[in-house]
Design a protein around this ligand. Structure first.
Ligand code: GLY
Length: 554
């Protein structure tokens, strides 16, 4: 910091009353859909641990949160067991064996929509293998017991909420392009209404086989055969061999320190953990927090850290099994010090002065995050996704589940924007079996060897900034976890050089930031955080009021 900032500290976010988290002593489940929250809670109450409950929630959301909950997609689970073991389970989709660098370019070399919609958009799904891996290595209840709540929700049905019914209706045009999706999710065109019972008989049968036969059914059995046949008949890439050879990967979580806290977070192919650690490293030592939560100076310093990280992200990150990700260099204290020193306390740095790669785009909330903790101190924090809302919009014939469009998280056309507006480089180009780069970043914060905070969020590239903001709201601004989740958010991703801010920021704050050179876009909502704070033997659960999410504890 070159000089003390005066003007920038004057204004703050609109006042937020102190909201209360949900408190429990023995277990806590936070998800974005209440049936799934209850499924997880029941598992905890009947003797399951946090990982058992997380597996049950994962399958339940695949039934009740059709736009992002899934068995046709993938994600990340970060686990910390009470005995100190940690694991990052990477069950993200992988590129099929027939995939190639230019598979989404037309004859003129232009990107097609095939990485976004339709049968060719899907990577090999990982969720079922990931849940099985978690259950086998960290759970204690029988597998079938964990899948059963989802079987019941699918085959007996559940009552659709306003948001669930409208979500399906709003996606009607694209879902309706695919007869099987139209039949299953749009009632043949006679849209579901809020309050209708939504029965998914095909999905119920698929889940029942998975409950009985395990992940083998999905990857080698009847489900695999039906999926591969459907793919073959419609020009999709996923084959029986792709499914059979899919494996979840246990990776070592990334770790780092911030002001005496120990951060356990997501390694590549997540771009999020390195982002969180670099941005915290840049902020530490600036004294940025003195402005107070929501002040223009806090937004300014955090935005400058975001801008610098996203410039690095565009160039350097990809699947670590295929490219060398320079983690040490990007987290080198001297490098982070240079980034810190380049922040002018009273002026927005034009992104053009930061780096030469380009990120543009919009956000999407169509991923989902949930967090579970149990009385013994085990934690499972999971972000998983179909990528876009309702994924590729394709429902596997006779199987009842939507397929992902995660191939669009690769640099399908290096140098041109994907559906999140992210322009990425060769490090994230398509190769067979490769994992696309992700922003998902389940994270756990420890203090003095004990868990303090577990959290994550959906939201495409905004995920990383949402998680950072909720973390500093607790760690630097002393908010309770519900206030920290509720607090207005902002996002900058280097390019375009635009700061998006939720409406909770006052006109005064916005005016100060504009005076210092920011171009500001007001947005209705960013992200959907699910967090648990560990406090004096209590588990404080915070669902995000931006959604229908719930926290339930006991
Ligand atoms: N599909 C969104 C992400 O992984 O970042």
């Amino acid at each position: 910091m070159r000089r003390t900032c005066t003007l920038l500290v004057m204004a703050a976010a609109l006042p937020v009353w102190s909201a209360q988290p949900v408190r429990g002593r023995h277990g806590m489940v936070v998800t974005r859909e209440n049936h799934a929250t209850e499924a997880g809670l029941k598992i905890l109450q009947s003797g399951g641990n946090a990982v058992d409950a997380a597996v049950a929630v994962g399958f339940a959301l695949a039934v009740t949160h059709s736009s992002a909950g899934n068995i046709g997609g993938g994600g990340f689970m970060l686990v910390r067991m009470a005995d100190g073991r940690t694991a990052f389970i990477d069950f993200r989709e992988r590129a099929p064996l027939s995939a190639s660098r230019n598979m989404y370019l037309d004859a003129a070399g232009k990107a097609t929509q095939d990485s976004i919609t339709g049968y060719r958009a899907s990577g090999v799904p990982g969720t079922v293998r990931g849940m099985e891996y978690a259950s086998r290595h960290f759970g204690k209840r029988p597998w079938a017991e964990l899948v059963q709540p989802a079987v019941d929700l699918a085959s007996k049905g559940f009552v659709l909420s306003y948001a669930q019914a409208n979500g399906l209706k709003n996606a009607g045009r694209t879902l309706g392009q695919f007869p099987e999706s139209k039949r299953v999710f749009l009632r043949g065109g006679n849209f579901y209404e809020p309050g209708d019972l939504f029965v998914q008989a095909d999905l119920g049968r698929t889940l029942e086989r998975i409950a009985r036969l395990g992940a083998t059914d999905f990857y080698e059995g009847e489900t695999a055969r039906m999926l591969a046949k459907d793919m073959q008949e419609h020009g999709g890439a996923i084959t029986m061999r792709d499914l059979k050879e899919y494996a979840a990967i246990e990776r070592k979580p990334m770790t780092g320190k911030y002001k005496g806290y120990d951060i356990i977070t997501s390694p590549p192919p997540s771009s999020g953990g390195i982002g969180i650690l670099q941005m915290l490293g840049v902020l530490e030592g600036t004294g940025y927090e003195k402005g107070g939560a929501g002040s223009a100076s806090v937004v300014h310093y955090m935005t400058e850290a975001m801008r610098r990280y996203f410039a690095d992200r565009a160039v350097h990150l990809g699947d670590p099994d295929f490219v060398k990700v320079p983690l040490t260099s990007l987290l080198n204290p001297a490098y982070m010090g240079r980034l810190r020193a380049s922040i002018d306390p009273e002026r927005a740095t034009p992104s053009a002065e930061v780096h030469a790669a380009v990120l543009t785009g919009h956000e999407s909330n169509e991923t989902t995050h949930y967090t579970v903790a149990d009385a013994d101190g085990n934690i499972a924090t999971v972000t998983y996704t179909l990528n876009g809302g309702y994924g590729s919009k394709v429902t596997a014939a006779g199987l009842g589940f939507l397929l992902n469009n995660e191939m669009d998280d690769f640099a399908a056309d290096p140098g041109h924007a994907n559906m999140f507006g992210l322009i990425q480089g060769e490090a994230n180009a398509i190769q067979p079996r490769k994992t696309p780069l992700s922003s998902m970043v389940p994270t756990i914060v420890m203090k003095d060897g004990k868990p303090l905070l577990a959290l994550g969020s959906p939201g495409g590239p905004t995920i990383i900034n949402t998680v950072l903001e909720v973390m500093v709201n607790v760690l630097d601004f002393g908010m309770n976890v519900q206030d920290a989740v509720d607090w207005p958010r902002f996002h900058h991703q280097w390019m375009p050089d635009t700061l998006s801010m939720e409406r909770g920021y006052s006109p005064d704050t916005v005016a100060i930031l504009e005076k210092h050179g920011y171009t500001i876009r007001r947005v209705a909502a960013q992200g959907e955080c699910a967090a648990i704070l560990f406090e004096n033997g209590w588990l404080d659960g915070a669902a995000d009021p931006r959604t229908e999410g719930t926290a339930k504890g006991y």
